[in-house]
Design a protein around this ligand. Structure first.
Ligand SMILES: CC(=O)CC(=O)C(=O)O
Ligand code: MG
Length: 220
């Protein structure tokens, strides 16, 4: 195997592990209980989409939501990683969107079914360029924002997370072995809302990165 460059982590074909309801203000806006333990779900590597390519609205949803999130890129794998060593496993970060077919998620929730079709479809994980670890000295205190067609929809700070990044790395690695190239989506702050075909999404981490994506329908 040729040497892989972590700054192109989306090409590694590794796991995307997502944390749900990690911000109390978002849990409340969807009338969900505040979790006492992290809620986890997965996206496949085929969910990645990079700037220059569109976010495609699945044909089966009429309520596709944006969720802006800080992504943590794992640089060194491990199992049962203690919180005290967790940050040694981080290579860097990425700004991410957890695109969610909210109507499908609501239906799955009411039937007690998994969220796969709501969360893991193609292009459900737009990502920014790789952000080296040194560029975000305190990942527990960074401001995230998202605009749709120039209107601010989400603005939050990772200091509002219920479970910290070291806690999440340690918790996840107790159940799922982390590997270099894995990405952890750390949850979204409040302000999630629907997007439509032709919308322009812009998102950023204050003073660090911005990215933009257009929303489209797949060709039939
Ligand atoms: C209710 C959700 O979709 C959970 C989620 O993904 C989040 O970021 O919170
Ligand atoms: Mg999310």
């Amino acid at each position: 195997m040729t040497a892989q460059n972590i700054s192109r982590f989306w090409e590694w074909g590794r796991k995307i592990i997502c944390v749900g309801r990690n911000y109390a203000d978002h849990a409340k806006e969807l009338k969900n209980a505040i979790p006492t333990e992290p809620i986890l779900f997965l996206k496949p590597p085929s969910a990645y989409v990079r700037e220059g390519s569109p976010i495609l609205v699945p044909v089966y949803t009429s309520n596709l939501h944006h969720e802006v999130e800080l992504g943590v890129v794992i640089g060194k794998g491990g199992t049962a990683i203690p919180q005290s060593a967790a940050m040694e496993h981080v290579a860097g970060y990425a700004l991410c969107l957890d695109m969610t077919a909210r109507d499908i998620q609501d239906e799955c929730k009411s039937k007690g079914l998994p969220w796969t079709l709501a969360k893991a479809f193609n292009t459900s994980c737009p990502v920014s360029e790789f952000i080296p670890k040194e560029s975000i000295p305190d990942p527990g205190n960074v401001k995230l924002w998202l605009k749709v067609n120039d209107r601010l929809r989400q603005s939050g700070c990772t200091s509002q997370m219920i479970f910290s990044i070291p806690y999440l790395i340690s918790y996840i690695s107790d159940f799922i072995t982390l590997e270099a190239g894995d990405l952890i989506l750390t949850g979204t702050p409040k302000g999630v809302s629907a997007v439509q075909e032709h919308d322009e999404l812009q998102a950023g981490i204050e003073d660090v990165v911005t990215m933009s994506f257009r929303v489209d329908r797949p060709e039939q």
